[in-house]
Design a protein around this ligand. Structure first.
Ligand SMILES: Nc1nc2c(ncn2[C@@H]2O[C@H](COP(=O)(O)OP(=O)(O)OP(=O)(O)O)[C@@H](O)[C@H]2O)c(=O)[nH]1
Ligand SMILES: [Zn+2]
Length: 362
């Protein structure tokens, strides 16, 4: 019956359940598990979960590396919860905030041997909910009964994992004229994905010819830089400079992609900033939190450009990875237009790290 949620809707539901601190039931071919995001876990929920069996904490291999814990499942580790582990223990393992003041965490016992699919799904869901990539879990036998009794979302893991990795189709929901200071003849488009994920925005300056490469910027959201004028990065000046050049040329396409913090979300970016205050650089901070250097999905940018009818771009960027990803996805980059603005004494080390570790062009 069409009233029941389909797989993509179940994934969206599981994502928001985790975000609210609710447990979800994950069912894979070799066993089921109950999972709760490690972030904001209440003591009562932890007690209930522990009452169901041997609990463990799933973290990414990146976080395990910092903790010197064994990651037998290659991309993730499943740490056995010691008998006396409480919410504070879980917080300290999942969240690197106090790694320096309390460096002696562990030793940890990691689970090994197969059966990591549910943990993999829990971490993928936590990442897509923009939470810390860590989940408290317990293996269960009675997945259907538990989900039905407690009204929990039940997600089949084998079909869900590839669907989560796929790019959901995006649709141009609405566009309207919005005169901008930098470019009066502008329209703002709202693109919404099918999967209940983030919307993305496009500023179309003028009416660019679809048959020629268009001056384009793929800008990843940076709330602190774009809105508040943070000097920790160069995002605000880059956004303004891109719009100014499009205004001068009379046409261009600015994609404003909701991939805050290189795709880790705003709260996690602020956690990364706090680690940077402790002396870690931008890449190390991401790793300590359990993320890769860059968690953005540039397929979104290419899909929006293609949907709007553009096959080629003159891309305003210093990031060679953006160019490579556009070309992988069939959007030709005929020219790189450098965008070097906004360097200041607060962001010089950040920009130097991006050049040294992430291949950004100076
Ligand atoms: N995780 C994390 N994200 C950051 C940090 N500083 C800035 N960001 C994010 O980095 C992204 C920068 O986006 P862009 O300016 O589009 O991309 P870029 O890779 O710098 O490439 P170009 O600007 O095109 O050269 C934004 O999503 C910011 O929110 C940081 O220290 N940590
Ligand atoms: Zn920024």
């Amino acid at each position: 019956m069409s009233l029941a949620p389909n797989l993509s809707e179940l994934i969206a539901r599981a994502r928001s359940d985790l975000r609210m601190g609710m447990p979800v039931v994950l069912r894979s071919e070799n066993g089921a598990a109950l999972a709760i995001a490690a972030e904001d876990l209440s003591p009562a929920r932890l007690d209930d979960l522990r009452g169901l069996g041997e609990a463990f904490l799933a973290i990414t291999a990146r976080r395990a590396e910092t903790l010197s814990a064994r990651a037998y499942d290659s991309d993730l580790a499943r740490l056995v919860l010691p008998d006396d582990a409480d919410v504070a223990w879980i917080e300290a393992v999942a969240n690197p905030a106090d790694d320096l003041t309390h460096p002696m965490k562990g030793p940890f016992q990691s689970l090994r041997g197969g059966k990591a699919q549910c943990a993999r799904a829990a971490i993928a869901l936590a990442k897509s909910a923009r939470l810390l990539p860590a989940a408290v879990m317990v293996g269960i036998d009675n997945a259907y009964e538990l989900a039905a009794t407690h009204g929990l979302t039940l997600l089949p893991v084998e079909p869900a994992l590839p669907l989560m990795a796929d790019l959901a189709p995006l649709h141009d929901m609405i566009h309207a004229r919005v005169p901008l200071l930098a470019a009066e003849k502008s329209r703002v488009h709202v693109f919404r994905p099918d999967d209940g994920g983030e919307e993305h925005y496009v500023v179309e300056v003028g009416r660019p010819d679809r048959s020629k490469p268009v001056l384009a910027r793929l800008h990843s959201a940076c709330f602190t830089g774009d809105i508040f004028g943070s000097m920790k990065c160069d995002c605000g000046p880059q956004l303004n400079a891109a719009l100014a050049q499009m205004g001068e040329e009379g046409e261009g396409i600015l994609l404003y992609l909701n991939q805050e913090g290189r795709g880790i979300g705003h709260a996690n970016k602020m956690r990364a900033y706090s680690l940077q205050d402790q002396g870690f650089d931008t890449v190390e901070a991401n790793h300590r939190l359990g993320f890769e250097d860059d968690e953005r999905d540039f397929r979104i940018g290419a899909a929006i450009l293609k949907e709007m009818g553009f096959g080629g771009v003159r891309l305003m960027t210093n990031n060679p990875n953006k160019i490579a990803r556009m070309e992988d996805q069939g959007v030709m980059v005929t020219e790189r237009v450098p965008l070097k603005v906004g360097e200041n004494r607060y962001n010089e080390a950040y920009l130097a790290t991006k050049a040294r570790k992430s291949g950004h062009l100076l």
